[in-house]
Design a protein around this ligand. Structure first.
Ligand code: FES
Ligand code: FES
Length: 172
């Protein structure tokens, strides 16, 4: 191992993995270097959410965490959610709603929505909007994104989807 190089072990998308890293390497950089390129680099300072991954059930910014902080944790990336051929539920709804323009923000939005659905039963507008507030989109105006997420959240809650529910005020 080269001087200054460390190893870090964690569960990645259900598999135990060990990677070489450096003390100053960010988790996002390690993931992308190792081929998990679905997570995106946007602002690099915890503002845009493009880099969102799930760590031990919580949505986190991969650009802020050091790779070493993933030691022993369970990390999930967008690659665990669905593929182009077999998209996951959130991805399907986003596509069906026409909510994807450039697509750069979408992996982060999918990961935040996934963490929210898995951890929270009360997916009221207030809670969901606050949780999703850490994911910015520069293209869409959020209306269609919100409509798609709301449909998934309503289905998960056991209710029927709420057609026509607008995403007014979903983001600044
Ligand atoms: S790249 Fe991590 S929050 Fe923007
Ligand atoms: S679709 Fe382009 S940033 Fe969201």
């Amino acid at each position: 191992m080269r001087k200054g190089t460390r190893s870090v072990s964690f569960t990645l998308n259900g598999e135990k993995k060990t990677f070489a890293t450096r003390p100053d390497e960010k988790l996002l950089d390690l993931l992308r270097r190792e081929g998990y390129r679905g997570s995106k680099y946007g602002c690099g300072q915890g503002t845009c959410g493009a880099c969102t991954v799930i760590m031990d059930g919580r949505a986190v910014y991969g650009c802020l965490l050091y790779a070493m902080q993933a030691e022993g944790r369970e990390i999930r990336t967008i690659e665990s959610v669905g593929t182009f051929e077999r998209p996951g539920e959130v991805q399907n709804e986003l596509a069906a709603a026409g909510a994807v323009q450039c697509g750069y923000c979408i992996p982060g939005i999918v990961m935040s929505a996934t963490a929210l659905m898995e951890s929270e039963k009360d997916l009221s507008d207030e809670i969901a909007r606050e949780y999703m507030d850490g994911n910015l989109c520069r293209c869409t105006g959020y209306e269609k994104i919100w409509l798609a997420l709301r449909r998934v959240f309503d289905r998960r809650a056991g209710g029927s989807p709420a057609p026509g529910r607008s995403g007014k005020g979903a983001k600044k």
